[in-house]
Design a protein around this ligand. Structure first.
Ligand SMILES: [Zn+2]
Length: 310
């Protein structure tokens, strides 16, 4: 199996990877490893402060808001927590400090990241009726490398009215997507056979070229894009063209004229693999981690087989 990042990617958290010399089963194993096996950090426990309290101006505030605590905890769990395997955090059940202690005592700086939030609704003399609490209001108590990323700070968590407050400590630990979706670092993971577009009939294809469509990088979709060989092999352009072909497909009224003017040919044993991460992991890092997870699993099977057959 050979892998190669498609030119122009990653874009933000999205990536396209060309995997050759493989089959659909192998590529699907990578897909599943990315979704279910690649570890990432996620908030898994929240301790809410509860009760009625008085602030220094004598105003009474109560620990209620529009959301029940369970929903709040779920919203916190879904915030992408920056994860980097180089930080050397352990899984809670593999942590040398916490391995042998009872469940409620588990958790130490080696296996968890600590966050806190303290917010209250507008004061009684304020013109605002309510205030929105965002992921950006969360403070990291552990290392600042785990600070919620700038792009995720605008995730709204809840709304506080006058006389309400929200205060909690939240604990993030490493986990895997197979145990809960909050630990799955990727979304929209898919793959398709690599294709090459072949221009068979430039005259009939004119009905498409005359539409003035462009590829995502701004090139015009016309006969020139196919070049002298009358073929498009560039993966990004082929995918753009595939979308453009919907404009001349069945139901458009153009399909009769267009016919088979452009034909897609499938490349054997080659797949275009694409996904995006939730922002907790860099997409390239996530891919490498998926490969490590897979390799580890096969080593394990090999060991079992050798043990069984010895
Ligand atoms: Zn620990």
């Amino acid at each position: 199996m050979k892998t190669e990042i498609v030119e122009g990617w990653p874009q933000g958290h999205e990536i396209r990877i060309l995997i050759t010399d493989t089959d659909a089963a192998q590529v699907n194993a990578i897909r599943r490893a990315l979704m279910a096996d690649v570890p990432k950090l996620s908030i898994t426990r929240v301790d809410f402060s509860q009760g009625v309290t008085q602030d220094n101006k004598g105003e009474i505030v109560e620990s209620v808001n529009v959301l029940p605590d369970e929903v709040m905890a779920h919203r916190l769990a879904m915030i992408p927590v920056p994860t980097n395997p180089d930080e050397g955090l352990s899984f809670p059940d593999e942590c040398s400090n916490c391995m042998d202690v009872v469940e409620e005592d588990k958790g130490c700086p080696m296996c968890q990241v600590l966050y806190t939030l303290s917010a209250r609704g507008p004061s009684s003399d304020s013109e605002d009726e309510f205030r929105t609490v965002y992921a950006g209001d969360i403070t990291t108590i552990s290392d600042p490398v785990f600070d919620i990323r700038e792009e995720h700070k605008t995730i709204p968590l809840t709304v506080l009215s006058k006389g309400q407050y929200l205060e909690f400590y939240a604990f993030a630990v490493l986990g895997r997507g197979r145990d809960h979706a909050k630990w799955s670092p990727v979304a929209a993971v898919g793959f398709r056979p690599q294709q090459i577009a072949v221009l068979k009939d430039a005259k009939a294809a004119k009905i498409l070229f005359d539409l003035g469509l462009k590829t995502t990088d701004g090139s015009a979709i016309d006969a020139k894009l196919f070049g002298k060989g009358k073929k498009i092999t560039d993966i990004n352009h082929v995918l753009d063209l595939e979308k453009a072909l919907h404009q001349v497909g069945p139901g458009t009224g153009r399909d009769g004229t267009f016919g088979e003017a452009i034909v897609m040919e499938t490349v054997e044993n080659a797949y275009v693999f694409s996904y995006e991460t939730d922002g907790s992991l860099d997409p390239v890092m996530a891919f490498n981690m998926a490969m490590t997870e897979l390799a580890g699993r096969f080593d394990e099977i090999k060991g079992h087989l050798q043990g069984a057959l010895a």
